[in-house]
Design a protein around this ligand. Structure first.
Ligand SMILES: Cc1cc2nc3c(=O)[nH]c(=O)nc-3n(C[C@H](O)[C@H](O)[C@H](O)COP(=O)(O)OP(=O)(O)OC[C@H]3O[C@@H](n4cnc5c(N)ncnc54)[C@H](O)[C@@H]3O)c2cc1C
Length: 399
């Protein structure tokens, strides 16, 4: 008899968990607060550690049709645009790590997961418009409530409810709320053929400046360019119209972006200026996980941003959510409801250190990316000499 597992949240992590668990024969219901399953936001990069997991879920072919497979990553100085380092991706990385390096629009990846989840009905049930407000463990079951009238009961609950997770508070009652980092991300999307030829590129491009960096890469099978500028700005600055840390999709404009970044990135200015429209997003995170107890409590497990929100400076937040989903399903396997607490405990034991390492490295990358003065000069010199060697992450991509 399969277990009945409730999943709070139908983002990339929640849907990946639904697909992975249902493929093992488990029965899952995804409860999503939004009125429809959808993803806003920008592009995401998927390293070979993630695309290997997508392959194991039979989702890689679907993702490949929608993604771009960039030939290289090029790192430049944000001030003068000079090249600091380049690392080949494409065949080189696929041969080395057994999976491609892809750039995909978040909505496209979410769509691939949603289609797979729908195809697994009735083992996967998908419910929208359900904002979970209560979670209670009762004997061998977990009950979740949405308002006063609606309740669901499962043998286990997976909290995939993102940065502001309600389920996290049920796992660790003293869990601190996410902390404001003072970093703001602006993002824009443009058709590549609408750009002047000099600004078109199929590479992952990164520009490093003082207290800021910018990233651009193709998505939608190479038809669009996704551009993100992340800058450390003064708290309370009017860089977005109504700062709301829970809103991933705030209205922003070029003038406010330029006021926030000043003259720190002349080398990337032509690209910034060519974008038709900007949206903004205030970045929050949590300190790295301190042990398995931060991810699981008896019949309740956390995954993705609900467990380990991080700065996007290693481009692995969604990647870790997908890794979590596969690891969780591997531990739960075809086991029965009675086995869930032990399986969840094995999952947390297997995952917490890697997630904590990725969180810590993402934070450190931010310090290195945004360095000024002597530290910046040392970083640039090292990048010029060691190039691809410094950009590669074997511990991450092999894991
Ligand atoms: C600027 C930027 C760039 C990034 N780039 C990359 C990248 O290149 N590569 C990468 O891997 N990652 C990247 N990330 C990180 C990545 O976006 C996140 O880590 C990932 O989306 C987390 O997925 P998730 O499913 O855990 O959470 P979410 O995507 O936040 O999904 C949570 C879901 O739960 C729902 N929910 C919340 N509360 C409730 C509730 N009470 N009841 C019911 N439903 C609820 C929400 O509506 C949502 O659908 C980036 C992040 C940022 C900010």
């Amino acid at each position: 008899m399969p277990a009945r597992i409730l999943i709070a949240g139908g983002g990339i992590g929640g849907l990946a968990a639904a697909v992975a668990l249902a493929r093992r024969g488990q029965s899952v219901e995804v409860l999503e607060q939004a009125p429809a399953f959808a993803e806003i936001g920008a592009g995401i990069q998927l390293g070979p550690n993630v695309t290997r997991r997508l392959k194991s879920l039979d989702l890689l072919d679907g993702a490949l049709k929608l993604a771009a497979r960039p030939p290289a990553v090029a790192v430049r100085d944000a001030q003068d645009g000079s090249l600091l380092a380049r690392m080949p991706l494409a065949d080189t990385i696929e041969r080395k790590y057994g999976g491609p390096y892809l750039c995909i629009h978040r909505a496209d990846l979410h769509g691939v997961l949603l289609e797979a989840a729908r195809a697994l009905a009735p083992r996967v049930e998908l419910s929208t418009g359900v904002q979970i407000t209560q979670v209670a463990a009762r004997g061998d079951t977990v009950c979740v409530g949405a308002g006063a009238e609606h309740a669901w009961e499962g043998d286990g609950l997976v909290g995939a409810d993102g940065l502001w997770s309600l389920v996290r508070r049920r796992v660790s009652e003293d869990a601190a709320p996410p902390r404001a980092t003072g970093h703001t991300a602006w993002r824009a999307l443009v058709r590549i053929d609408a750009l002047p030829a000099a600004l078109r590129s199929s590479e992952v491009q990164v520009w490093l400046g003082e207290r800021l960096h910018a990233v651009a890469y193709p998505v939608r099978a190479g038809a669009f360019l996704n551009v993100v500028v992340i800058a450390e700005v003064q708290p309370g600055g009017a860089w977005v119209q109504k700062p709301d840390p829970a809103d991933w999709d705030q209205q922003a404009d070029l003038a406010a972006l330029l006021a926030a970044i000043g003259k720190r990135c002349d080398g990337v200015f032509p690209l910034i200026e060519a974008m038709p429209q900007w949206r903004a997003w205030l970045l929050n995170d949590l300190p790295p996980l301190s042990g398995p107890q931060d991810m699981v409590r008896e019949r309740i497990a956390l995954l993705g941003d609900a467990a380990h929100p991080m700065l996007p400076y290693l481009a692995q937040g969604a990647g870790m959510a997908i890794e979590d989903a596969v690891a969780l399903a591997d531990r739960v396997g075809t086991g029965a409801a009675a086995d869930l607490p032990a399986a969840f405990a094995r999952y947390a034991a297997a995952r917490w250190q890697r997630n904590a390492r990725v969180q810590a490295r993402a934070q450190r990358n931010g310090e290195v990316f945004h360095a000024g003065g002597a530290r910046r000069m040392a970083r640039d010199a090292a990048l010029r000499v060691l190039g691809a060697h410094l950009l590669d992450n074997p511990w991450l991509y092999e894991g």
